[in-house]
Design a protein around this ligand. Structure first.
Ligand code: NI
Length: 149
């Protein structure tokens, strides 16, 4: 192997590539912080504080990063990613009221917090996979993104 070739190979192995995948999640929530008074809640969350809650069709985007595996040519096997996202996130939250999940017992289920919760669930489930970020689109105009610590 020529020196030029080995340098190129080392560079390629160190380089990061990205793989992202999107998932759909429908859930309802009510934004209400126990630490705030009823009036403060109404001011902070407006109609999202309505006691009956409301629903969203969230789009959850998971972006992973890593070197391209020289054997498989892939950053992450999408079958592995799908299995964990479906088991840990979609099956847990789809068509549920987020407020009733223990993970939101002490955490207001804003989309910021949903984003962080999904990131943490996946980071725990997939220690071998580097998560660049989890992004959650709540509406056509709103999205949130979380990258861990
Ligand atoms: Ni909402």
């Amino acid at each position: 192997m020529s020196p030029a070739h080995s340098t190129e190979t080392a560079g390629l192995n160190a380089a990061k590539a990205y793989f992202g995948r999107r998932y759909m999640l429908s859930a309802s929530h009510r934004l209400h912080a126990d630490s705030l008074s009823d009036e403060e809640n109404r001011i902070a969350y407006g109609k999202c504080n309505n006691p009956h809650g409301h629903g969203h069709n969230y789009t959850i985007e998971v972006l992973t990063r890593g070197p391209i595996d020289p054997a498989t040519g892939m950053v992450v096997n999408l079958v592995d990613l799908d299995r964990e996202v479906k088991a840990r996130v979609i099956h847990r939250f789809d068509h549920t009221n987020l407020n009733s999940d223990p993970l939101f017992a002490n955490r207001v289920p804003t989309t910021e917090n949903l984003c962080r919760t999904v990131y943490d669930l996946l980071a725990d489930a997939l220690p071998a996979i580097e998560l660049e970020y989890v992004r959650v689109e709540e509406t056509e105009n709103n999205f949130f993104q979380y990258s861990g610590n």
